[in-house]
Write a protein that binds this ligand. Sequence first.
Ligand code: BEZ
Length: 212
Amino acid sequence: MATLRLGDTAPNFTADSSVGKIELYDYLGDGWGILFSHPADFTPVCTTELGTAAKFKSEFDKRNVKMLALSVDGAASHKEWIKDINEVQQTEVNFPIIADEDKKVSDLYDMIHPKADNNLTVRSVFIIAPDRSIKLILTYPASTGRNFHELLRVIDSLQLTAYHKVATPANWKHGEDVVVSPAIATEDAKQMFKKGVTEVKPYLRMTPDPTA
Ligand code: BEZ
């Protein structure tokens, strides 16, 4: 399998999970998706991540993003681990965890980086658009838990820039000013963005978030 890159079609798969068999495309429906891998069950950082992810589910729901986790242990192990996660994180894991014992999905998505670890996945994140294209790929080492605020922030940017001719600047958060797409002439931008356009430099034009 060639390395997946931004814009590639997210490969479909069928796999067992904590809630039974799942087919990726069927699971995503016509919405967005986030697929994130965990090195192994009953590991401390993963336990905090999955509990945190569960607490953020309503925010992913609001953005029409289906959550799907993956770990290279079996479904029975996942179910036992979920009990622990729910207990120690005081939450309810409310999305499936793929049981990737044969590493079929991990291999398909290049989630095992042998120089990091031969058997366990790194912490990969794939954000998939409704047209099944991959919009974001992140790779964290096993020793670093991910920031779910950042994942929501980047989804806000991806969804905004998918539907408006803008880009989002450093540290941008929903509601803050955005950058006019470089492909648009300033005069055209002034017609397009009714909230106004500020030309800081000919190549740096700002406008209020069109969705705020
Ligand atoms: C963890 O989730 O805590 C973890 C997993 C593999 C290696 C290091 C940490």
